[in-house]
Design a protein around this ligand. Sequence first.
Ligand code: NFS
Length: 651
Amino acid sequence: MAEKKSIDPVVVEMLKKAEAEGVSTAFKRADETKPCPIGHEGNCCKHCFMGPCRLTGKTTVGICGATKSTVSARNLARGVAGGTAAHSDHGRGMALTLLAAATGEAPDYRVKDERKLRRVAGYLGVPVDGREVNEIAKDVALKALGEFGKQEGELIYVSRAPAKRQAIWRKLGVVPRGIDREVVEVLHRTSIGVDQDAEHILDHSVRCALADGWGGSMLSTDISDILFGTPGPIASGSNFGVLREDEVNVIIHGHEPTLSELIVAAANDPEILAYAKSKGAKGVNLAGICCTANEVLMRQGVPLLGNFLAQELSVLTGAVDAMVVDIQCVMQGLVEVAKNYHTKIITTSPKAKIEGATHIEFHEHKAMEIAKSILRMAIDNYAKRGKVFIPDYQDHLVAGFSHEYIAYMLGGSLRESFRPLNDAIMTGRIRGAAGVVGCNNPRVTQDDPHLYVVQELIKNDILVVTTGCNAIACAKAGLLTPEVMEQCGPGLKEICQTIGIPPVLHMGSCVDNTRILTVLTQSACEGGLGEDISDLPVAGFAPEWMSEKALSIGTYVVASGVTTWMGVGSPVAGSPEVVKLITEGYQKKFGAAWYFEPDHKKAVQEAIAHIDSKRKALKLVEYDPKRFAKSATYLPGDYFPAEKHGAYSLK
Ligand code: NFS
């Protein structure tokens, strides 16, 4: 039943089309392939060739004697290392691009946000006074690159965390030394016959994940802002209705903004537009999938086509002339689907090829030339379209809430600060805040857990910040608009009306979860809500997670002090000892617990109780929604007519 697969009506329609045409998608393959029950719970060890050892039934240890808890901790740690490697290699790529831009080797790139450059130079200890922009940029890039290969000492960005948090990490010995070193050490420790103490393995997985959150990902966000601009609010659209029947549709999918930013520029180039017209198209229309979508949405307003599970389905429209992919979350199944249509799948990263796809390798020194040749290929392909089916759904959105903009919108240009946010939490207008992030997973009804969690939180006066594929789910359901404040509790509604913001703030891609770390730090340091992130009435969610990157994010967010609920199921369920280590154990160590709770309704109730317990510990007034929403003198409906919004409104 297609209706059970997703609550997005576009996905349901496209799944019916796939069924009718006999096209295989991730949804179908998920039905055909049940997860291996042993590996699913973390009980399979395949780190040497005596096995794989399946610790099930009477078998409680591997051939080497490794226990279930060792195996489970090893598997989790390796997931964290995979996620850290992915985010951080992306960050390294950004630093290399900045270096090439600063030294003139990548003439199509330049420092776009000098203010951010100076701020980041300050974090990294790079002098700025009396220096040229490119001199500073070169040193910032080199200093950032140094963080990857550093062997000793501490990552510089650790000093951006609240002082109390840093002290906790130092006491536990989990401060990362160098980004690459911590990833390598996870792989070493978890190979045959090395670290065989679950708690010790997990401690190092924390060190590795912190190298992601307070290292590779944070650098990635900062350098992307320097090169392409720090995001501010921007309006756009989402879902398949953003495709155009009379234009060349190019989908940008993956993660790095390096090529996609130039594709956006090239799509507006008069020469490219003239070429499109010469082939009978009215223009070139761009739309994004996954985190590349979030990156180019936040800075350029490029609409969102869909999240992770929409990628194959978008090809089924017959309207996608090219899908340009780089790294991460790109399904190999795309090529098989594309065989049934005219769509060209174009891989571009030197790190990622897919058999059967067209490979046009991207190099920074001739970036614009490559972007244009990709677009020309898409334009040439336009004439080969067969029958086109574009479900006529789209919704409005406002995205682009960087932490810089949040501070600005709260305090204005004369006094950027988090004071108003803290005050609103202290008075109980805002009960607390939550980050809701992460993937799609075909093991659950697509977008259902995402949207339930977000809607339930705002109804309970909990401000939501979102990134990644949750942000796209919210966009498609119309939750990223100011109008949605009508769905909020009374206190949060007052705040949103006063500041003029949606109650669900789109903060970017998954590496931009580090923007959330910055917001949390500033809120903790502003005063009135304790002194550390773990004092704040906040919670984390990844209701439909699937990727290793989510495990890394989950670990660093919890180790930073935010109790977090991940949905779908637990990758460590097979070891009660490991479950205890990441819940009670992490609570003792980091003041925050990490739960895997497949029941998203239960998770929300637990998180609300958690937020209230934090309010109580801070001796804040008890949350009481009846006290608020009495002061407004007009109805927001006058300004935002109801017919303009609503989930999945028909165009
Ligand atoms: Ni995040 Fe981006 Fe989506 Fe999950 Fe994949 S796109 S980095 S991993 S699936 S949220």
